[in-house]
Design a protein around this ligand. Sequence first.
Ligand SMILES: Cc1cc2nc3c(=O)[nH]c(=O)nc-3n(C[C@H](O)[C@H](O)[C@H](O)COP(=O)(O)OP(=O)(O)OC[C@H]3O[C@@H](n4cnc5c(N)ncnc54)[C@H](O)[C@@H]3O)c2cc1C
Length: 392
Amino acid sequence: MVLPRPHVAIVGGGIGGLFAANALIAQGIRVSVYEQAPQIGEIGAGVFLTPNSVRHLQRLGLEPAVQKWGALVGRESRYFRHDGAPIAPVQVTDSSGWNATFGMHRADLVDILADALSKEVVHTGHRCTGFEQDGHVARVSFANGATAEADIVIAADGIHSELRRYVFPPSIPVAAGSVAYRGLVPHERVPDWPTDRWQMWLGRGKHFLAFPVRAGKLINYVGFVPTDEQMKESWSAPGDPNVLRREFAGWDARIHQLLDKVEITFRWALYDREPLPVWTKQRLSLLGDAAHPMLPHLGQGANQSIEDGMALATILARVDRKTAPLALHAYERLRRERVAQVQRGARENGMRYDSAYSDLGVRDAEITAHAEFRKRLYDYDVVPEATAAALN
Ligand SMILES: Cc1cc2nc3c(=O)[nH]c(=O)nc-3n(C[C@H](O)[C@H](O)[C@H](O)COP(=O)(O)OP(=O)(O)OC[C@H]3O[C@@H](n4cnc5c(N)ncnc54)[C@H](O)[C@@H]3O)c2cc1C
């Protein structure tokens, strides 16, 4: 007798949850997404998409939308010293030379992923507050009084995950000792700013990043500066543009061309967590930032959550309702190792960027050599790996 395919409930309608929903549906699996926000909406600034995730957006037929709403950055992308002296090109392709490196507004990417789903898949206004499971079913409860049952529950509920505690005891976030000022400047306010490149300036204890999003109509900037202040992990705490300008006083004049136009800025406290030793408990598994919050210094938060979703869909495509909980362990094994490497790589890169070096020549040589790490990161294709993991 052939058993039916599993029904999957995803808690969290961010990039990870919505991508996973698309990938699972493409495999013929029934999915329901529960998002706490009253609507899928416009929050956040720039995220970076790289070839290791764009190949999966391509597989789902979403690359044209990414091309339309993203901003492809190319060969002119560069690292500079704080005064504007060039250090090295930024790796924007995989080893084959395929350039699929896009600046995206987070809200545009969320919209692309949500628009590809039929209306009945996503349930907004559902803040998950509880979880239970037995040998037959998993049950999620919500603040609005609703409950939902499924064979499998995926916690894609972000860095503050409500569901993580049902898998592993709460862990303390690790403060990176820096805060990022971030925001968007309309390109029409800086018409000379190039829209075809990702640029980063590196100074002692600080770095500044700028790249285009929304087809070059907006320039996303992030200024990383040290802090000893304890701040909640927030995407939306307001910052003072004048303090931001002072932080980068004396740096390359190009940075000030942009900063002079900043009217509103937000402060983003940087935290990550030590890699979790477990992601799965029976019918519940973690995905994206809920599983592996990471520092932004490799630009991999969204990309790794997309890889997670593709791995999950590839593995669950090969199981039925009964065997689905076991398959979650194959997903976890495959993803935990890869993601822990990226989490560690992001920490190391932050140290490189913030120039904790007595000889900057050594730092510059490391930045140049780092292109090889990025090539390997971008070459990785999770689908063959997940197919093999599903068969083991
Ligand atoms: C508001 C916001 C703004 C962001 N802005 C940026 C940015 O500017 N730059 C950047 O690089 N990254 C940003 N990120 C992070 C980035 O989106 C993630 O690192 C990455 O995409 C991984 O996504 P994720 O789906 O795992 O988590 P997230 O993108 O954090 O998505 C988690 C989703 O789960 C929902 N959720 C949380 N708790 C519950 C609950 N109890 N019940 C139901 N739903 C729940 C959240 O509302 C959110 O939609 C932002 C995230 C958020 C939530």
